[in-house]
Design a protein around this ligand. Sequence first.
Ligand code: KIV
Length: 275
Amino acid sequence: MSETGKPKGHDAPITLTTLARMKQAGERIACLTAYDAAFAGVLEAAGVEVLLVGDSLGMVVQGHDSTLPVGVDDMVYHAAAVARGSRRALRVVDLPFLSYATPERALTSAGRLMRAGGAHMVKLEGGREQAEVVHRLTECGVPVCGHLGLLPQSIHRLGGYRVQGREPEAARRLREDARLLEEAGAGLLVLECVPAALAREISRALTLPVIGIGAGPDCDGQVLVLYDLIGISPGRRPRFSKDFLSGESSVAAAVSAYVRAVKSGGFPGPEHTYT
Ligand code: KIV
């Protein structure tokens, strides 16, 4: 039995209610990015609860040097492929750069991701400045996942891929942004590249589940870019990531090792964590 009281291997669909119960029970949530049907099936069979169709596909699948060139059509194409390959996992799909610049634009974009792409939830980057968009989407029935910390769509404003929230003022702002997103209706939050202590504080303060990437071991769940986990991402692998394929005999075994490590608290370790 899992801590959520369901027999292991139970194939009921994963919903936000499932994730909320997991958070309450202290059962870690395993999330990975997925961009196609075949990988979606492998990930789901290994017990990954949340498939994130991330706009990181712009870098790892399309070969761009940022996520900015990705459009809604690209996201619909990949989300629909993932939907065809999965039955059980919760599918979260990124709203790409500028596709949610106004509440009405966000509704149109999210509508396409849900209707044509089979998304269960959409993800957007930013804090208080997105509160109105989050509120409008959720009041129209669109579940929203926030994304704080390192925001890849704002890479030119941030000036590079680096840890966020280290200075007291930046940490205070991050805490407030997280609270404002939850108040606006967000049902899930990704925290990227923030010090572990800050991520722990935010995870404990919020009711919604917090999924970390480069945010230490004390979030409610973990996510990685799939291609980092199997060691095929172009360029240098980020410090917070781990190649789970090395030492394993197949992709399926590597993904299972990741799920076990997340559930047991063995990943991320101190070497993957920022202070
Ligand atoms: O696009 C993506 O893959 C993401 C993860 C890095 C969280 O947003």
